[in-house]
Each structure stands twice: as structure tokens, then as C-alpha cells.
Design a protein around this ligand. Structure first.
Ligand code: COA
Length: 149
């Protein structure tokens, strides 16, 4: 594992796999394609919306041999709050530790590691996130949301 702390972008390397925040690594065809066609939470999302959300978030690109195979983005003030969204690994690349490697990169980023409130929402991947310390909110009565379907 190599961390390039001096480079402008965060990067974590493991063999042929890389997690990077370099915006030039974004393959919008892959990320928009998967989110719009395969995800349960952003089905039908426009290319413009995916690009805009990436631009205003801290996006993490998972590459294998230079090709994007996974993605996650963090909505954050880089101080206290971080919300992790749009996490995926392409089907063909699953079950070999790449999702965990992606999450390891996200949580190791200095601007995320310093946040004391890191949240996410998931329909069925609780077991996956539990490995990184995520659990149901301890005080759900304090949380509110405004839903706009
Ligand atoms: C969740 C996801 C990113 C994991 O990627 P991955 O590369 O397969 O992850 P890893 O290889 O590091 O770990 C796989 C393990 O995570 C756990 N896991 C993966 N998905 C899970 C889920 N939905 N529920 C519970 N555990 C899950 C399993 O233990 C799995 O082991 P297995 O492959 O032997 O079954 C990937 O399955 C994915 O993209 N899923 C669809 C999108 C999604 O649900 N994203 C999260 C939305 S909040």
C-alpha cells in the first residue's frame, strides 16, 4: 500500500488496483452507465446530474489496470461531516476485495478521516459497511429528513 501524501490528489495503490481522487480518472460512461442502468437508487439519472454531483463532491475512482471499475463520492465540509454516496464496484470485479479497498481509500483520505460524523444510507449492504465500523444510528430520534420523491 502506497500513499502519495505529497501529490495533489489522494491515491492508494494495491497491485494493479488504485483508488484515486484525481478528477481526470473519472470515466463518466462507466459511472453514469452503472448508476443510471444498474443502481436501485439513481436509476435513470442523467449524465449531467452524475457529472454535477461528482464535481461538487469528493469523488473516489477505483481503477484496475487503468480502467475504472468502481466509484464512491463523499459530500463533505472536510472538517466535521461526511456523507458517502454512490458506492459501487462493477459486477465483473466483485468479491475480490475491491469494494473493501475502495472504502479503505475513502476512509483514509485525510479530509474524511478527520470527520467525526460519517454517514451513509444503504438498502442491503449493512454487512459490507459494518466491517468498517458503520452501525445503525445510536440516536435515531435525533435524525430527521426531508424526503422529496
Ligand atoms: C457493495 C459492493 C460495493 C461490494 O463490492 P465488492 O468488490 O464485492 O466488495 P468486497 O469484495 O470487498 O467484499 C465483498 C463482501 O462484502 C459483503 N457484501 C457485499 N455486498 C453486500 C450486501 N449487499 N450485503 C451484505 N454484505 C455484502 C459480502 O460479505 C461480500 O462477500 P462475498 O463476495 O464473498 O459474498 C458491491 O457489491 C456493489 O457494488 N454492490 C451494488 C451497489 C451497492 O449496493 N452499493 C452500496 C450501496 S449503499
Amino acid at each position: 500500500v502506497v500513499e502519495h501524501a505529497m501529490s495533489a490528489h489522494f491515491e492508494l495503490v494495491r497491485g494493479a488496483a488504485v483508488v484515486t481522487t484525481d478528477p481526470s480518472a473519472l470515466d463518466l460512461d462507466v459511472v453514469h452507465g452503472w448508476l443510471s442502468e444498474r443502481s436501485y437508487w439513481q436509476r435513470g439519472v442523467s449524465r449531467e446530474a452524475v457529472e454535477r454531483a461528482a464535481r461538487h463532491s469528493l469523488p473516489f475512482h477505483l481503477l484496475v489496470a487503468g480502467a475504472q471499475v468502481g466509484y464512491a463520492r463523499v459530500v463533505t465540509d472536510r472538517t466535521r461531516f461526511a456523507y458517502i454516496a454512490d458506492v459501487f464496484v462493477l459486477e465483473a470485479h466483485r468479491s475480490s476485495g475491491l469494494g473493501a479497498f475502495l472504502m479503505q481509500g475513502v476512509l483514509a483520505h485525510p479530509d474524511v478521516a478527520g470527520c467525526r460524523q460519517v454517514t451513509l444510507a444503504t438498502e442491503d449492504a449493512h454487512g459490507f459497511y459494518a466491517r468498517f465500523g458503520f452501525a445503525a444510528p445510536t440516536r435515531p430520534d435525533r435524525w430527521m429528513e426531508l424526503r422529496r420523491p
